[in-house]
Ligand binder design. Sequence first.
Ligand code: FAD
Length: 386
Amino acid sequence: MSMAREPHTAIPEEIDLIVIGGGPGGAACGMAAARLGLRVVILERDCFPRHRLGETLTPKILPLLSFLGILRDVEAAGFVRMSGNASLLGPELEIRPFASDNRGLGFQVERERFDLILLEAAERQGCIVAEQASVVGLIREGEAVIGVEIRRPGRTHTERRLAPFVVDASGAAGFVGRSLELREVESLRTTALWGYFTGSTSANDFPDGNTVLEARPDAWIWSLPLADGRRNVTCAVDAGTVTPGALTDRYLEVVRGSRLLEPLLRTATLQGAARGVDARWFGSRHYAGPGYLLIGEAASFIDPLTSQGVWKAMNSGVLAAAVANTAIRRVDRAPSPSTTSTRSSDERCATTRSTPFGSIEAPRFPISHSGGRAGAPRSTSPRAPG
Ligand SMILES: Cc1cc2nc3c(=O)[nH]c(=O)nc-3n(C[C@H](O)[C@H](O)[C@H](O)COP(=O)(O)OP(=O)(O)OC[C@H]3O[C@@H](n4cnc5c(N)ncnc54)[C@H](O)[C@@H]3O)c2cc1C
């Protein structure tokens, strides 16, 4: 499936939108922005495929995948379809099916494969994707973010790229948010512990594709099956109850106490050790400023039990593309027909503005939605710094 991207993709000088991070948020933002005719560069620190938690995608994701033109690719990848929730939040088991046929079901995805599908789609849709390209610095002019410094393996110097707009889609790393000290943690001290089991069995009282949710006095537990036969079991516990070095013991203690999982895991084996991650919720003092926007987990982290993190990342990515497009082209500054009695429509639509990078030309409207493909003429693109 992989297109074996060049690890040292040349990063062009003329860029309209820099996206930091190639996860679901960055890829969705890139796709939407490329469709609007923007010249997009996605800078990704890792080399895909790379692991991530966040494997339950509820049916809410379907219209978004469809809008981005990748629903068929995701359907064809053979992920387990997420058929509903089996939850034990009080004394009674509740089973909530989502739909009776595949068209209304979500997905239980291996994020390695899912995120790769998205990043490759972003590339096909016209984005330049540079992997192993870590953003290590912001270039600022006063309050405004006007570009980034990039470090790549095997190179002694950092590269600098300027762009009228930078979207931070760097996930928990939150590069822009941390650099500008925007992050605000407002949460109990929660740690998520997770692991993968092989050899799990089916439940008698709910379908295999369900996400299992269980509340205990000292923990939340959730679990989902993956197409490769593994079962993810994650629990969220008070960080104070986890001792470094005894993480797997604490994890197994919680998992073994699960009423719903006990019959499923009776014959199952934990692969390797359990792992842990800080799962405190956080937000940002603000989410946008001159020349930048924070999206997805770079902007905020909500309770993972909601299973909405990937949707939130992708949805905010699409919205960010629209905002960046407007900000770059300054659509709001193109006078409306009612206020322009003397100028021709060509003059109206060719409004220019000065930027630190030179003058940027507003597009003729309506913006073509087919202009985002690689190599397509970009008559509506603003000029970026040379
Ligand atoms: C325990 C747990 C369980 C979860 N369960 C679910 C779930 O079931 N369903 C769900 O939808 N969500 C879930 N989530 C949330 C989900 O993992 C995130 O919301 C989602 O991954 C966010 O996507 P993103 O694109 O914002 O960030 P990411 O997927 O993290 O992508 C960010 C990318 O940016 C790159 N990057 C970072 N720093 C730099 C840099 N300086 N330069 C260049 N690149 C950089 C990273 O390498 C990474 O590839 C869960 C999270 C946790 C912690």
